[in-house]
Ligand binder design. Sequence first.
Ligand code: AMP
Length: 419
Amino acid sequence: MFEQFDLDDKLVAATKSVGYKKPTSIQELVLPEAMAGKDVLASAPTGTGKTAAFLLPCLQHLLDYPRTKPGFPRVLILAPTRELATQIYQHAEQLSEHTNIKSGLITGGVNYGSHKEILTSTTDVLIATPGRLLEYIDNEQFDAREIEILVLDEADRMLDMGFADNINRIAGEARWRKQTLLFSATLAGAGIIRFSKDILNEPVFVESHPSRKEKAKTHQWIHLADSKEHKIQLLLNILQQEDVKRAVVFANKRETVQFLAGKLQSHDLANVWLEGEMPQDKRNAAVARVKNNRVNILVATDVAARGLDIDEITHVINFDMPRKADIYVHRIGRTGRAGKKGTAISLVEAHDMVSLGKIERYIDERLSRRIIEELRPQHKEARVPQKKPKTKVKKNAGLSKKQKAIKKAKKAKKAAKKK
Ligand code: AMP
């Protein structure tokens, strides 16, 4: 229960509306330390709930010490990629839903015009990729001196990507801060520890020990889509993201598989496709091309993918939602094998909401809803009326033994009469 922490009711309510029942292990470990104002050095891979582990203490700090005058952001979160920064931003928006806290996103690949508002109006939490933010600092369009909490997410990845100098410079600019939280998938190797020495002040070390269930969990989410065309745009966008190393795209019909294969090809996304009636040699050749890394996208129906043995699938994408929950589980079981974390993304149209409800009940989890900013759905999520579970009323329930015996006798008499 999130009530166990000293969190504001508005934040607890937000955790409920996003569907968190209880804190994950990293949240249990980080929240008390971070809320006590300490610096934290945490090892937590993606999928463990690390984002909420740093967002909640940051939001609580902003609620505890409300802003007295307009100004620059007070919390700065740095992330390695545009995709991750966008996810953190969406998460921040969800968790601060019941508050007046304002978040902003600054990443590369977006022109200055869309950042202007964030830079000139009052934003409380800024999520940014280091390179772009530094440009604004260098041009004196951004002042980091009002930062009170600095968060470095996926710090190991940022170092791998050569951001060390940029981060050091930003941390230097934000030198008046009170607290720094550093998250890394791993603390192994000297790099991250050495790097953290200058940035953190007497940090508390926190290592997540995700339960087996958490570890084995495939990272799953959905994108709501307005139409088939919208789903195609979402699919193209997802397949072009850099962390998609090997993907299987599922469609419900053979015609859709063929159509998608052509569509992806026309966008330079080399792929192979499988359909149930393909001769075995062609099928083997298609699978071999994936296994040999000649192509990294396979498009298939459930029937065609049956018995398919391909390792290291990083992403399963449901272009069509399966109609049955066990098929969903079967599909997503193809990713995240051999202890590796997999990702399963489903594209959901209004008419899929019933299937989605069934799947969520089956896996006993609400799948998080994600948005790709430039492909934001126009329609709101369709609400499916909840079916009341049918409670079978047992015949003769509530009758005493004597009454039951009388009823039985009457029935026997009636049957005898009929004869
Ligand atoms: P993260 O590691 O922050 O990327 O989170 C992985 C996924 O777990 C996201 O979809 C979160 O919405 C979800 N999540 C985070 N905290 C919890 C929680 N306490 N209970 C259930 N799901 C959570």
